[in-house]
Design a protein around this ligand. Structure first.
Ligand code: ZN
Ligand code: ZN
Length: 356
């Protein structure tokens, strides 16, 4: 991963917006820019320097983490981080802060301490993060491979009438055994009528023959997430269940097929939505089609009906349409894909066959 180049790219953005400095407070953005993974820190970026302000718990770990990724930033251990930040930006005439991350209370303390005007800023670093380098893609791909392998290792268990919670635990454990640092987010195992809730939490319900089971899960590798959904049909299903599976799979593949550089993200949503709407299930697809994936499970770019983002090589995103019917259940199919120069490459490889 080219971590050192990230501070340079941020400085170019700051210069373009005539900002002298930026106080970065989002832990994910700090990790992205300098490799620091501690729970308390602020990274102050100036045109020719950067300082990570943190506390005494990280006296040894912070310089080691910065050095490990080759980030050119100083570490300052401070008892009063507001005073330290004020001193570092004392010569600046405009100082950006992350307005989506800083609390009102912290903003007031910062405004008292810093002489220069504080300029709210959103999306600057998130925009840089959206375009992944080879090292980042390799980590997301490793996470996606673990998720694929974990499903393969556990799916037969669905035939043995496990509860949703039990199956979710087995899937999570398989991912950990295969090398995941953690699961990417709380695994969704939504069977039968529970599948009608797109974000159902695993319950004590027993998975029965004839159920559709939505499995939405991912692995975490070196800070990077993967995200995939497969919907399984346990035993024999009804013709409507099969129709829902075929429809969502076809919509997902059609949306995925148009991914490429220069494509406006909302056209992926539109492609999936048109197919589902034409089949009469438009009302039953009530969420956006996808999202970026990286150091956060949900990040730029959004893939919704309103997303005007033009896709670029290196964007990593999900395509995940679904259909949800009360009492019957849900079907969702999701792949994580990377935008390449000539289209896309799917990092999720599991087959889309629903029957076990
Ligand atoms: Zn998902
Ligand atoms: Zn997702």
């Amino acid at each position: 991963m080219d971590v050192a180049g990230r501070l340079l790219r941020l400085r170019e953005r700051l210069a373009k917006e005539s900002l002298d400095a930026m106080i970065v407070t989002s832990p994910t953005n700090i990790r992205y820019l300098c490799g620091f993974t501690g729970s308390n820190g602020q990274l102050v970026v100036l045109p020719d320097a950067a300082t990570l302000v943190t506390d005494g718990r990280y006296t040894e770990a912070a310089p080691a983490e910065l050095q490990a990724v080759g980030a050119e930033a100083e570490v300052e251990i401070a008892r009063d981080s507001f005073a330290a930040i004020a001193r570092i930006v004392s010569g600046c005439s405009s100082v950006a802060f992350e307005s989506t991350d800083v609390s009102v209370a912290d903003h007031d303390r910062l405004a008292d301490a810093v002489a220069a005007p504080l300029v709210p800023s959103t999306g600057l670093i998130e925009d840089l993060r959206a375009v992944k380098d080879e090292g980042e893609i390799a980590r997301i791909e490793a996470a996606a491979e673990i998720a694929d392998a974990a499903l393969l290792a556990t799916e037969a268990l669905l035939l043995e009438r496990p509860t949703e919670q039990y199956f979710g635990f087995e899937l999570d454990t398989a991912m950990r055994r295969l090398g995941a640092a953690e699961r990417s987010f709380e695994t969704i195992v939504a069977s039968g009528p529970n599948g009608a809730l797109p974000h159902a939490r695993p319950s004590g319900r027993t998975i029965e023959p004839g159920d559709l089971v939505v499995l939405d899960f991912g692995a975490l590798v070196d800070g990077y997430h993967s995200d995939m959904t497969r919907t399984k049909l346990v035993g024999a299903g009804s013709s409507q269940q099969q129709e829902m599976l075929d429809l969502v799979t076809a919509a997902q593949e059609a949306g995925r097929e148009i991914v490429g550089p220069g494509v406006v993200a909302k056209s992926i949503d539109q492609t999936c939505r048109n197919i589902i709407t034409d089949a009469g299930y438009g009302e039953a697809f009530m969420h956006g089609t996808g999202h970026g994936v990286g150091l956060d499970i949900h990040e730029f770019p959004a893939v919704s009906s309103r997303s005007e983002t033009m896709l670029q090589t290196g964007h990593v995103l999900t395509v995940e349409p679904g259909v949800y019917l009360p009492e019957i259940g849900g079907v969702r199919v999701e792949d994580t894909v990377v935008v390449t120069n000539d289209g896309y490459r799917s990092l999720t490889k599991s087959p889309k066959t629903a029957s076990l």
